[in-house]
Design a protein around this ligand. Structure first.
Ligand code: NAD
Length: 273
């Protein structure tokens, strides 16, 4: 049975903990470490997890250590842990954007060490908060099959996962899934704004857009044997209203716009690495 420590008790840690507890992991096998009391006490009260202000205590307790601090704290946190405790046999899972496996391993390596620590780098997205996340996972070569299974179970508790063959693919996952909830929000915002100009109330506009997006996503999920273009074709009669709108999107270069925007996310991720 894994004992899991979360270093940092913010939004991402909370999302994963909710998923784990809901999937039946015993709260007593989870410990959160955070310097300020508020978030960790709330997690203790809501879910019964163990909590501490001491990263070392949590790291000693666990065999799986989930690094859930902001990227600029990752290296300090890792060297603090590796200098103070024996990390042999412990798996490190990092959800930090832009911090590489090599950087994490370097921070976890004491001068006397001969082996690198096993690290799984994860790129999750915000729907993980609802158990509807999409994560890309990349393991360092030191990660054992059993540890890979542990990382898979952890992230499957908050959504779906794919394993990546190269670390560079993490940046592609950012473009396709990590940053992508905001693309859909942007599209929904634009539709909502125009619905208001067409005379619907703000409440009506929100409901029209939200329910349509939700229903459309469900249709894609429930018809996973069909191409998305087939679903679109099924509701687009030639010469009809939907056809008129789709042609206008195409005329304005929707494919090019999406491709360029996704590539901008990849370029930014590369710059930040
Ligand atoms: P957050 O600010 O909500 O949580 C970070 C927590 O870390 C805070 O509670 C903070 O008090 C705590 N902290 C700061 N310094 C610490 C230290 N030295 N030791 C222990 N705890 C410390 O941030 P978040 O949104 O949960 O993001 C956490 C990580 O997840 C980031 O690295 C981010 O890149 C990654 N991530 C988040 C999302 C997301 O959707 N929120 C998506 C992908 C990746």
């Amino acid at each position: 049975m894994n004992k899991i420590a979360f270093i940092g008790a913010g939004n991402m840690a909370r999302a994963i903990i909710i998923g784990l507890v809901n999937s039946g992991v015993a709260a007593q096998n989870i410990m959160v470490a955070n310097p300020s009391e508020g978030k960790r006490l709330q997690l203790e009260q809501e879910f019964g997890v163990l909590q501490t202000s001491d990263n070392l205590k949590a790291s000693e307790f666990a065999n799986v250590i989930v690094l859930c601090v902001k990227p600029h704290f990752i290296e300090d946190v890792c060297s603090q842990i590796s200098q103070a405790i024996d990390i042999t046999g412990k798996l490190f899972i990092s959800v930090a954007a832009g911090t590489t496996v090599a950087q994490i391993q370097a921070a976890l390596t004491k001068e006397s060490a001969t082996e690198l620590a096993p690290v799984v780098r994860v790129m999750p997205n915000t729907p993980s908060q609802l158990g509807l996340g999409m994560s890309g996972l990349y393991p360092s070569k030191e990660v054992t099959a059993e540890q890979k299974e542990s990382a898979d179970t952890l992230m499957t508790a908050v959504g779906k996962v794919i394993w990546l063959e190269t670390e560079a693919k993490i940046n592609d996952v950012i473009a396709v899934a990590g940053s992508a909830p905001a693309y859909y929000f942007l599209f929904m915002e634009a539709m909502e704004k125009h619905a208001i100009t067409l005379g619907f109330s703000a409440e009506e506009s929100r409901m029209l857009v939200q329910q349509t997006a939700f229903g459309s996503a469900q249709m894609v999920v429930q018809n996973s044997d069909l191409e998305i273009s087939t679903l679109r074709g099924n509701v687009t009669s030639k010469g009809g209203t939907t056809h008129a709108a789709i042609e206008k999107f195409k005329e304005q270069g929707i494919d090019e716009m999406v491709k360029n925007s996704m590539n901008a996310a990849i370029a930014r991720a590369e710059e930040m690495a």
